[in-house]
Design a protein around this ligand. Structure first.
Ligand SMILES: [Zn+2]
Length: 293
């Protein structure tokens, strides 16, 4: 298994672009997959990510912007990307599209959770350019390059990962967890309020069925090799462990436990943001336990 922790070409025709989420290097990424008739962008990242992405993207013939789910660090850049690429359409789960059309609710929730770190989403004005995908739908960009939508709920109900058979590549979004690339550590993305244990684990299982050779984490990096499934299995194992803890502990004790174990080992974002992140992950876990019982 090789970890690719910097922006660059992760396989022939696939460029991983650092989208500088929250203004931080290596926090979010957008993947460009090139076909003979144009390019697919997987993910749009934040609204403020657009200049970073557009600078790196050398070709202007983007045909599709595929969105993993409604959260603003993934869907926030769609309106800007559609403006930059007049021929492109944006596609995703119907619930994701509803939020792109009217982001008032997701902006309100984000403001409450992230405070000054929130980067609010603009609505997509031309809703005729939004295309609803169902599980298994495929978009094509020529030269045998197809990208399939894989419904992977758990992090959120509207989550899709995207599979490219040509490159045996899966863009995991948040379905495969969060990767600390430099320390090869992966943890589940159990943020409140939509996180669901059973669905998350079933989605990980579904992703393993694709037997990918390349997996890309929205936060952040790519893992390449014949044994990349191991990183998805690790995420599932960690989630089982966290689920057991969530049944025993309240949210603040659980957050302390997670920080003790991961704060130094999990190097994504700065220390202040990581602290806030583990508080949220713990709250999501405890909330999910309440929903189960
Ligand atoms: Zn998310």
């Amino acid at each position: 298994m090789d970890f690719m922790c910097e922006q660059g070409w992760i396989c022939e025709g696939c460029l991983m672009i650092d989208a500088y989420g929250w203004g931080i290097k290596g926090a979010t990424c957008v993947l460009a997959i090139n076909g003979s008739g144009g390019a697919v962008l997987v993910e749009a990242a934040h609204r403020k990510s657009a200049p970073h992405v557009l600078r790196e993207l050398k070709r202007g013939d983007v045909k599709w912007i595929l969105v993993t789910h409604r959260h603003i660090d993934h869907a926030g850049g769609v309106a800007s990307m559609l403006r930059a690429f007049p021929e492109a359409k944006a596609a995703g789960h119907p619930v994701t599209l509803k939020n792109l059309e009217d982001p008032s609710k997701i902006n309100e929730v984000t403001g409450r959770v992230w405070g000054e770190l929130a980067d609010f989403m603009d609505p997509v004005e031309d809703i005729g350019r939004l295309v609803a995908l169902v599980d298994g739908d495929v978009v094509e960009v020529g030269g045998g390059v197809n990208v399939e939508a894989v419904h992977t709920p758990g992090h959120s109900s509207d989550h899709y990962a995207y599979y490219c058979s040509e490159h045996e590549l899966i863009y995991l979004g948040d379905a495969g967890g969060l990767l600390s690339c430099s320390t090869s550590t992966v943890i589940p993305a159990s943020f409140p309020s939509s996180f669901n244990f059973g669905e998350y684990l079933r989605s990980l299982d579904k992703l393993l069925g694709y037997e990918p050779k390349v997996v890309v984490f929205a936060h952040f990096g790519a893992v390449v090799g014949n044994d990349v499934s191991r990183i998805i299995e690790k995420c599932a194992e960690t989630l089982e462990e966290w689920r057991r803890l969530a049944y025993e502990l309240d949210a603040s004790t659980l957050a302390d436990e997670l920080k003790k174990k991961y704060l130094e080992k999990f190097i994504l974002f700065d220390a202040k943001t990581r602290n806030l992140m583990f508080d949220m992950l713990a709250a999501g876990l405890v909330n999910a336990v309440k929903k189960e019982s």
